[in-house]
Design a binder for this molecule. Structure first.
Ligand SMILES: [Zn+2]
Length: 361
């Protein structure tokens, strides 16, 4: 049995892996490659249990749905595993299966509502017998990639398709939860940046509609609890309450900022000032790129015409203009922001340096 706890955290047991591998013929259900990952359909991340919780509530027959159920696991090769996780494609019930699901849901729900209206108990949602027939829908074009759908125990012939839908992938046959696959697919199908193909355009409204219908429950005397928005005033009071966490006192306070002033050439910034003088008065070839000194001419920046949107002087802009420009040398000599090795040594290189080092390579 899979190790599954109530909070949804899990690890697929060896026996479960063997079961899934055997069911899918030890091959990627998509391309038939022989090196496989056991892939979760929904709730792959341990912190995402809401989809699992929702699936359990859709129908009594799904009340025991678990993250590590066989219906929530499929065999994919490492490449397709990554592509699936990043939403480059989705697997959804075939158009024929979606039609069966929709027709059944409409009549089933009408029957349940009728029972509830007559004061009888709601038997809960049922599903018609569904065949395991799924559609591959590419959602990211990328470079044209031809994929081979090898024969599996469920498919005796060989197909070639591509990730641009120029050659359609044939319908796939493997065991998985239709609901879980649709729940997983909808956010990716809804992505405005998806590849728009015949299959994705047909699937999006149908799957969106089906999942919307599966959220319904007939009018009951004991309505399904809904998540409520917290009381606004309590919410405001909560966020304004002082931080009582033990770590709060040790957090540094944000100092109130004082208007920047022109630093006088003291012991610490004398070199800094001389650099400004040097680099602003001498044009040298091969000088390092980056922030270069500018003449701070405040008076030229405080001219406002009557067309200005802002009335009066832009104090922030004036303060910025009065700040000392940072020189390349200053950047190079800047102390490291963080101690330790986590950020590595700071190193600035000029474009010339980079070009030279690349030429050497
Ligand atoms: Zn594959």
């Amino acid at each position: 049995m899979p190790q599954s706890s109530s909070d949804g955290s899990s690890s697929v047991s060896d026996s479960q892996k063997a079961l899934i591998t055997s069911r899918d013929g030890s091959l990627c259900v998509l391309c038939g490659f022989g090196t496989i990952d056991i892939t979760h359909v929904v709730a792959r991340n341990s912190d995402d249990h809401r989809t699992v919780e929702w699936i359990r509530q859709v129908a009594p027959s799904l009340s025991n749905f678990r993250k590590d159920d066989a219906s929530n696991l499929i065999c994919l090769c490492p490449n397709h595993h990554r592509q699936f996780e990043s939403g480059q494609f989705v697997l959804v019930p075939s158009p024929q299966v979606r039609k069966v699901m929709l027709d059944h849901e409409l009549s089933d729900f009408a029957m349940r509502e009728d029972l509830v209206t007559r004061g009888e108990s709601d038997p809960g949602r049922t599903f018609p017998p569904l065949i395991n027939e799924f559609d591959y829908i590419p959602l990211r074009g990328g470079p044209l990639c031809i994929q081979i759908h090898n024969p599996t125990p469920y498919d005796s012939s060989l197909f070639i398709f591509d990730n641009l839908d120029n050659r359609l992938c044939p319908l796939l046959h493997f065991g998985a939860s239709h609901i879980a696959l649709m729940a997983e697919a909808l956010p990716h199908l809804s992505n405005v940046a998806r590849l728009r193909g015949q299959k994705s355009e047909a699937a999006l409204p149908e799957i969106s509609n089906l999942l919307e219908l599966y959220h319904r429950q007939p009018n009951r005397s004991d309505p399904t609890p809904v998540i409520t928005v917290p009381d606004y005033e309590a919410f405001c009071a909560d966020i304004e309450r002082s931080n009582a966490h033990p770590s709060a006192p040790v957090l540094p306070a944000v100092p109130s900022s004082t208007p920047p002033m022109n630093p006088l050439p003291t012991q610490t910034n004398r070199g800094f000032m001389s650099n400004i003088t040097a680099s602003s008065s001498v044009e040298t070839r091969g000088s390092p790129p980056g922030p270069t000194p500018i003449e701070s001419d405040v008076s030229s920046q405080t001219e406002h015409t009557s067309d200005d949107l802002y009335v009066g002087e832009d104090v922030q802009l004036m303060e910025y203009a009065e700040e000392q420009p940072v020189t390349w040398e200053e950047l190079q000599n800047r102390p490291r922001l963080f101690g330790g090795d986590e950020v590595g040594p700071w190193r600035f290189a000029s474009a010339d340096d980079i070009c030279r080092s690349m030429t050497r390579v």
